[in-house]
Design a protein around this ligand. Structure first.
Ligand code: F0G
Length: 351
């Protein structure tokens, strides 16, 4: 089936320059998956859904913003795009640049990018440069370069990225008939939570669809918005959100506050437990995407989040296939048996 490009579908609601060209891989239109078993386990008396953003073309929500940012860059005559990335932005920028016929340069923190993301960026033909430093330092470098050279910056500092990303809020409202009571999502560089809030507010002003409270979740070792100060050496298994100085931090805090929600932190163990729990319902997400449900579980258990009789949406930002090593590296090796029926029966009898 041929779906309409995202920017075309929501053209009337997006503030994009007229010169923007269509650079689409048929992003968006992702499922809103009910999670009744997890909802019951959490015991909060609410309906629970996952917005499965890992089913976008390159496996993360970034594609929504990238169709906009790359389309705009192409339309104004850019020949190259650049970004710093913990991995998903890199893969997405690389794919959309390839689609548009543009050069793509990505800077990533050395050794801290999950295998599926690095491979993606390379497969789509980006020039990948590792920086001995953090994402935050890499972002500094690409901002400087984009100010001096004719290279379009496609990090979420680029406002067009947020225009594309806010479409996920529109889709959630359209699927549910109104905004959910809570929207729960991971926070890294803080572009996505800012984009969602923009989208929900816009739709509410036009159609009275209501507003969710936002529960943003950072990883405990990379939680500058919870501590109120940058983190010089962020550390977490959720490498996608291993960010110490979020570019849109202020905007994210304001969005959470305006919504009547908040930004909290979840520990790595809780994140990995939430990842296993979602996989137990058939939904494999990357660790960063499990920060949302980890935070939600903690808040409900502590009696700090009341959504009784309402609806909660978890934004599952990236596919589990992005980071296979986190699973295979933490579990015992799988058994090997000779190709004999007796050996198979004996092994299964052990359990
Ligand atoms: N989840 C995933 C899977 C991500 O890749 C990111 C960000 C986030 C959540 C957080 O979103 O930054 O808008 O608050 N990844 C960026 C990247 C930083 O480079 O791929 P945010």
């Amino acid at each position: 089936m041929t779906a309409k490009p995202l920017l075309e579908r929501y053209q009337a609601l997006l503030d994009m320059p007229a010169h923007t060209r269509s650079v689409s891989l048929q992003e968006g239109g992702t499922p809103l998956l009910p999670l009744p078993r997890l909802a019951e386990e959490l015991g909060g008396g609410f309906e629970l859904y996952a917005k499965v953003e890992g089913l976008n073309p390159t496996g993360s929500f970034k594609d929504r913003g990238m169709t906009a940012a790359v389309g705009e860059a192409l339309g104004r005559g850019a020949k190259a795009v650049i970004c710093a990335s913990t991995g998903n932005t890199a893969a997405s920028a690389a794919a959309y640049a390839a689609r548009a016929g543009l050069r793509c340069i990505v800077l990533i923190p050395e050794g801290k990018v999950a295998a599926g993301k690095l491979a993606g960026a390379l497969a789509y033909g980006a020039q990948v440069i590792q920086v001995s430093g953090s994402f935050d330092q890499a972002l500094d470098l690409v901002v400087q370069l984009s100010q001096r050279q004719p290279v379009a910056l496609v990090n979420s500092l680029n406002p067009h990225r947020l225009q594309g990303q806010k479409t996920a809020a529109f889709e959630i409202i359209e699927d549910l008939g109104r905004a959910p009571d809570w929207l729960c999502l991971p926070v890294g560089n803080a572009g996505n939570i800012s984009a969602y809030w923009m989208g929900f507010r816009q739709y509410d002003q036009l159609h009275g669809s209501g507003l969710p409270r936002l529960l943003g979740v950072q990883a405990a070792g990379a939680a500058p918005l919870v501590h109120g100060a940058p983190v010089a050496q962020p550390e977490t298994v959720a490498t996608a959100i291993r960010i110490g100085a979020p570019a849109r931090g202020e905007q994210a805090l304001k969005a959470a506050e305006e919504s009547g929600g908040r930004i909290i932190a979840a520990g790595d163990e809780e994140i990995l437990a939430a990842q296993r729990r979602l996989a137990g319902e058939g939904l494999w997400v990357e660790p960063a995407s499990a920060a949302g449900p980890a935070g939600l579980a903690a808040e409900v258990a502590a009696g700090r989040l009341d959504a009784q009789g309402g609806r909660v949406v978890l934004v599952c930002t990236g596919h589990g296939l992005k980071d296979p090593d986190i699973i295979t590296g933490t579990l015992p090796p799988t058994p090997v048996i000779p190709a004999e029926f007796a050996a198979l029966e004996a092994l299964l009898a052990e359990e």
